[in-house]
Write a protein that binds this ligand. Structure first.
Ligand code: F6P
Length: 544
């Protein structure tokens, strides 16, 4: 489908006009105008209830956003993704993470070949391995059972596994420990192995490319640590497995490729937690729970693919994000899970959203003349309420928030859960409606204090309510955000699946590393600031 540049799409111009009408309309007014708004502006699918009524929108806004989706070719783009078209244009790759959770028997073609059997072949290899580690059949080199699993990876090869482990810890094998090493800062590795017995430790080296500096540095350090403990070169065989697309590099590192779990170049790093990159998750929660998580993903995929946009959760969330980002000038989106197990969910979302949509050119390479990806951030509630929520309530910036909550807790303790849920609903209410000067005065507040105690309100939010944090629920939630990101990227006409922006820093670091090593100061050819910092560091570490 031929799509006009964003500003040339009729719905865009209409939204610009419409925004002039909407920017001063208060949510108090919108709710007063329509008593049924809180029930009407909701959508439900795959067990997720989305209340989007506390957004600064009317039916007209929604209608225009839906027209924008049509005029942006969202339907055709979704079909192209599911069809295996190479929609990652700058890397000439298909984008088929949806195939990772397709049921056995489904057909998803990549270059004319059905990839679903390959996906299940890997799952069928992961499952018995995970079981053997869990039940102690897989022994370490000295015959001890594995008690510690350490995933070494970074970016998508770390954030998904850590987030999923934390999110599903309730379902995890509690006799084992699961740790994650990502940073090239040696402290990360040192702390991860602190107190661990090498004879009981399994490393999963997770790297799509198997060339990433941080991961390979940590993997070599891990091998040295293991061999220092077990004193036998042959020990690596039982203590290292790999997850990668690059069998040649895995073999070069010294891991037998029979202990390698593969995936494919059509899985982006940040979209890979449900591929073999999820091996640590599968060991932690067991194959059945892992498959339940995949089913959850799939349910949301099917919803996104088939539901009309006016009832389509990811499409609605993506369109609302565009509304605030491009018309209200909001720069960030706060994601606040009222669920302690989701404490790493915002960090995970940061890569998903910002590595995907932090782009400055369109698919054709033309510089955009509108804002693209907002900054996503967040912390679990209620903790955030006692720190940065002040700024959301009374600061000068507009920060649309997503509040995520579950009706049932996994840890029923007295009235804790009612208190948690009361707080999430209260926050959404307070942000939307605030407190007027009259209300503040009526509380007996002296006049001079009224401005300080006043809440303007009109701060938008979504409330996302699920039943219980299960593996399937996690899959649905992640897929919800994946497809919201897709929707936003489609409107902005950018490549949400490449990540060229991380390359320059990597290149420059590679150039600087040897400049620390030379005994004689090499000629430094950076800018004067970088040169001075390198010289100072050399001096400080005693090698200058
Ligand atoms: O540097 C960015 C990135 O390429 C991410 O997109 C990716 O998730 C991460 O690095 C890790 O890459 P790999 O899995 O190849 O080690």
């Amino acid at each position: 489908m031929n799509v006009a540049p964003l500003r040339k799409r009729p719905a865009w111009a209409a939204l610009e006009q419409h925004h002039k009408k909407m920017r001063d309309v208060h949510l108090r007014q919108l709710f007063a105008d329509d008593a049924g708004r809180g029930e009407k502006m909701t959508a439900e699918a795959a067990g997720i209830y989305l209340d989007y009524s506390k957004n600064r929108i009317t039916d007209e806004t929604l209608g225009l956003l839906l027209q924008l989706a049509e005029q942006s070719g969202l339907r055709a783009h979704i079909d192209a993704m599911f069809r295996g078209d190479k929609i990652n244009v700058s890397e000439k790759r298909a984008v088929l993470h949806v195939a990772l959770r397709a049921p056995k028997g489904a057909t998803i073609l990549h270059d004319g070949k059905n990839v679903v059997p390959d996906v299940h072949a890997v799952l069928d290899k992961m499952a018995p391995f995970a079981e053997r580690v869990r039940n102690g059949e897989w022994k370490g080199h000295t015959g001890k059972r594995i008690r510690n699993v350490i995933n070494i990876g970074i970016g998508g090869s770390d954030l998904g596994p850590v987030m999923a482990y934390e999110a599903l810890r309730h379902y995890s094998e509690r006799t084992m420990t699961f740790r994650f090493v990502s940073n090239v800062d040696g402290t990360d590795f040192a702390e991860a192995v602190h107190g661990a017995d090498p004879a009981e430790t399994l490393f999963i080296v997770s790297s799509k490319t198997f060339t990433t500096l941080e991961t390979m540095t940590n993997a070599h350090t891990a091998r040295d640590w293991l061999l220092a403990g077990l004193k036998d070169q042959a020990a690596t065989a039982k203590h290292f497995v790999a997850v990668s697309t690059n069998a040649a590099e895995v073999a070069k590192f010294g891991i037998d490729t029979t202990n390698m779990f593969g995936f494919w170049d059509w899985v982006g790093g940040r979209y890979s937690m449900d591929s073999a990159i999820g091996l640590s998750t599968m060991i932690a929660i067991g194959p059945a729970n892992f498959r339940a998580m995949l089913d959850g993903f799939h349910e949301m995929d099917e919803h996104f693919r088939s539901a009309p946009f006016e009832r389509n959760l990811p499409a609605l969330m993506g369109l609302l994000a565009v509304w605030y980002n491009d018309f209200f000038g909001a720069q960030t989106v706060g994601v606040m899970p009222y669920e302690q197990y989701l404490k790493r969910f915002p960090a995970y979302l940061q890569q998903l959203t910002m590595e995907s949509n932090g782009k400055h050119v369109t698919l054709d390479g033309v510089h955009v003349d509108y804002n693209t990806g907002p900054i996503y951030w967040g912390e679990p509630g209620t903790n955030g309420q006692h720190s940065f929520y002040q700024l959301i309530h009374q600061g000068t910036r507009l920060i649309p928030c997503d509040f995520i909550a579950f009706a049932h807790t996994l840890n029923p303790l007295g009235r804790h859960h009612d208190m948690l849920l009361a707080n999430v609903f209260a926050q959404a209410e307070a942000l939307a409606f605030g407190k007027t000067a009259e209300q503040v005065k009526a509380e007996g507040t002296p006049d001079w204090l009224v401005p300080h105690r006043l809440f303007e309100g009109n701060r938008p939010s979504n409330v996302i309510l699920l039943d219980k944090l299960t593996p399937a629920a996690l899959g649905k939630l992640v897929a919800l955000y994946e497809h919201s990101v897709f929707t936003q990227g489609t409107i902005w006409q950018i490549d949400s699946f490449d990540q060229w922006g991380v390359e320059l820093g990597k290149e420059l670091a590679q150039r600087i590393i040897p400049e620390f090593e030379d005994a004689k100061e090499p000629k430094l050819a950076h800018d004067s600031s970088t040169n001075a910092l390198i010289r100072r560091y050399r001096k400080m570490k005693g090698s200058g």
